[in-house]
Design a protein around this ligand. Sequence first.
Ligand code: NAD
Length: 350
Amino acid sequence: MPTLLLLPGDGIGPEVTAQVRRVAARLAPDLTLIERPFGGISFDTLGTPLSDETIATALAADAVLMGAVGGPQWASAPRDKRPEAGLLGLRQAMGVYANLRPALCFDALAGGSALKAEIVAGLDIMIVRELTGGVYFGQPRFIETLADGQRRGVDTQVYTTSEIERVSRVAFELARGRRNKVTSCEKSNVMETGLLWREVVTALHARDYADVTLEHMLADNAAMQLVKNPRQFDVIVTDNLFGDILSDEAAMLTGGIGLLPSAALGEAGKPGLYEPIHGSAPDIAGQGVANPLAAILSFEMALRWSLGRDDLADRLFAAVKTALDGGARTRDLGGELSCAAMGDAVLGAL
Ligand code: NAD
């Protein structure tokens, strides 16, 4: 029987994951749900944001679904005990190197985008961001004081062939199940890692994925094209830094942070980590007004990418679409529904 580890976390995390629980009970009654403390709540109760037992449970599960972590009450905790450190630790322990961030515009919400509805209607992009390498992890990294009294900060952008190849492979595989096009983004005009990135993606494409259309685009141009003509993209693959920025930009095309799920995948057969892209929203936590759809759609991704249940994922996605088409709106979408009432709307559509 497959198991899903739920990590509700902090702030609105427990509120939105409670709706995932209800949906899972209806849609996949065979799924075993386990729950563990994670983030700030784990620091408060266990003295660490990520306990060894939570890591072991995550590695033994088929998928892990997290709500959100963090909040002002932990801002003064030691750096390695902050809720966010727990999240980085979990990603590292699970070895999830490919971050899948869909940017998908539901027709019913096209009017809520920052762009004109005719530019974003029908938008369906998948951004694959490299998650465990690049400039966020590269060594050396330090701030030093120079002899003349100035300070100098150093980060290192570094990628190996295998790091580039494995994340690109995920992108090509995904594209085959979609519109069969990959856009690889880097800065090969000014960066050595960008040059290597382009060479490795080109070679992998020729070797194993010649049936997929591959295009290369400089990351700054991709930022412009995402706003100018976003529907030209199918799958975008890029490094950790550019992916961080481009995926947030793409998210804003779709009309709301409360709607957007994500997945982080590692080697085949290993559990994936699924989470809404939003944070713990301390400003609305405890009020029961958070939009649970990002968490529910994260569960939809878990069904598809870790639990092998595309059929249930399709049903859940259709139910979310039906609920939105029927006018279900939480406050962030300009409506009145509570978090639980949005859960009701999805359950009703199921
Ligand atoms: P946030 O995403 O928590 O909130 C930004 C804004 O969006 C807020 O106004 C919030 O009310 C709103 N919002 C977010 N999710 C919503 C939802 N589901 N429904 C309705 N409205 C929603 O970002 P922030 O305020 O910058 O960060 C708050 C805390 O969350 C910080 O401690 C931060 O470190 C943490 N954080 C955690 C994660 C994570 O767990 N993966 C991601 C981002 C931020």
